[in-house]
Design a protein around this ligand. Structure first.
Ligand code: SF4
Length: 414
């Protein structure tokens, strides 16, 4: 076989990496500028964005070390039985590309994952070697996110954490049965065991840092994971339950949700269609409710419909409020922060501003309107000095009044 050029490898391995969502942001309309039409792709490959520990949004060079793999996960385009073009970088090639892109200011860091070649330990060693060369030989200070392989020895995964800012281990599927069926080479207990070990390493490093200023740092941006949505029969309630257990058990910084996308030559056990992208978005919103709005997982689950899935036409916070109308209206001038955070249409910042302003004067509906995108959505759930919703909160057709209007499809949309 003819030797592949670096550019050919780059095309294959950047494209193969795009299915991993663990560094992506959600909720963006997917647009692309490929073919020279406009600028600003959000669905191309090669670069993704992540938030650094200090809150900055940074561009990462997102690449696989190789898309060869000895595993055969049904949902993965790189699985052993998949008929795709294969390529493999050496660690030095990834280092050279990272440095070249960094010096040109294209990127501020690296997101590195890999298929499994030979065996898990060998692959993990190669991933660690990339980070080692960057840090030790080039004094690279940029952000590094390493995807780690749960089947690899804990010591090698530990090495990854010593060089990386963030490490992640994908749980892949929301249920153990889904994992057994769709990723027969993987083992849920092994995955969670590896996450538990990273959690212990993180705690140990933090503790050491308190005692010794120069103690080695270990993945200061913590660990994250990714779950594929829509490849098995798991409901949103299952997914929310799993995410919440992962946050509790492993102190994850983030759980990423990735809507399953049909792949070429897909296995017959997979669904033919991808789930609607809005489902992924609703799961991110539910994740937000648990992390920033004080909802317990069981409460988010209460927002699901009879089939166990979150409604697609309205966000989970509104769905919950419509089900528990007896909790509303809340008085903007008197209610607690926790109560205000339950009001559909009021975000964390808006609630902070309400709490600060009401110390000085009683708030009117117009004051609240300045803090929200849609006062129509907020009105049924609050009262102010000049507004009470009276019967509005209990109207049977409130959901249809508040659901965003369906957008007309573009006639010639792809
Ligand atoms: S281990 Fe599974 S998910 Fe990862 S690259 Fe191989 S086939 Fe794909």
């Amino acid at each position: 076989m003819a030797q592949q050029t670096i550019l050919q490898k780059l095309e294959i391995l950047a494209d193969a990496a795009k299915y991993d969502a663990s560094c992506a942001s959600s909720g963006t309309a997917k647009k692309n500028s490929l073919g020279g039409k406009g600028i600003g792709s959000t669905e191309g490959m090669g670069i993704c964005h992540a938030y650094a520990p200090d809150g900055r949004c940074i561009s990462l060079f997102k690449i696989l070390l190789t898309n060869h793999c000895v595993f055969d996960c049904h949902y993965c385009v790189n699985r052993k039985s998949s008929n795709v073009a294969r390529a493999r970088f050496t660690p030095q090639e990834v280092v050279d590309l990272t440095l070249a892109f960094y010096r040109r200011n294209y990127i501020e860091g690296l997101f590195l994952s890999s298929g499994i070649v030979k065996n898990s330990n060998h692959t993990m060693e190669q991933i660690v070697e990339v980070a080692r060369i960057l840090r030790e030989e080039h004094d690279f200070r940029g952000y590094i996110h390493l995807k780690t392989i749960p089947e690899a020895d804990a010591e090698i995964v530990h090495q990854a954490g010593l060089y990386a800012d963030r490490v992640s281990i994908n749980v892949e599927l929301p249920t153990d049965s889904g994992l057994t069926r769709l990723a027969p080479d993987k083992d849920a207990r092994q995955i969670e065991g590896a996450m538990g070990k990273v959690k212990a390493d993180l705690a140990e490093a933090k503790d050491a840092h308190k005692r010794f200023k120069h103690a080695p740092r270990f993945a200061p941006a913590g660990q994250s994971t990714q779950m594929i949505v829509g490849a098995d029969a798991a409901t949103d309630a299952d997914i929310v339950g799993k995410a919440s257990r992962l946050y509790d058990n492993f102190r994850l910084r983030r759980v990423y949700y990735s809507a399953f996308s049909p792949i070429p030559d897909a296995s017959a056990v997979l669904p033919l269609k991808r789930p609607p992208l809005i489902r992924e978005h609703r799961l991110y919103q539910s994740d937000w409710l648990m992390r920033f709005y004080g909802y317990k997982p069981a409460e988010v689950m209460q927002a699901t419909e009879a089939d166990g899935n979150l409604p697609l036409d309205i966000d989970p916070k509104l769905a919950w409020a419509l089900k528990f109308r007896e909790q509303f209206p809340v008085d903007v001038n008197r209610s607690t922060k926790e109560q205000l955070l339950r009001v559909p249409g009021l975000g964390v910042k808006a609630v902070g501003k309400i709490l600060a302003s009401r110390r000085h004067r009683a708030l009117r509906l117009d004051d609240v309107a300045l803090l929200t995108q849609s006062i129509t959505k907020v009105r049924p759930f609050i009262c102010t000095v000049d507004w009470r919703p009276v019967m509005l909160t209990d109207r049977a057709d409130l959901r249809s009044l508040l659901a965003p209007k369906a957008e007309q499809l573009e006639l010639f949309a792809a």
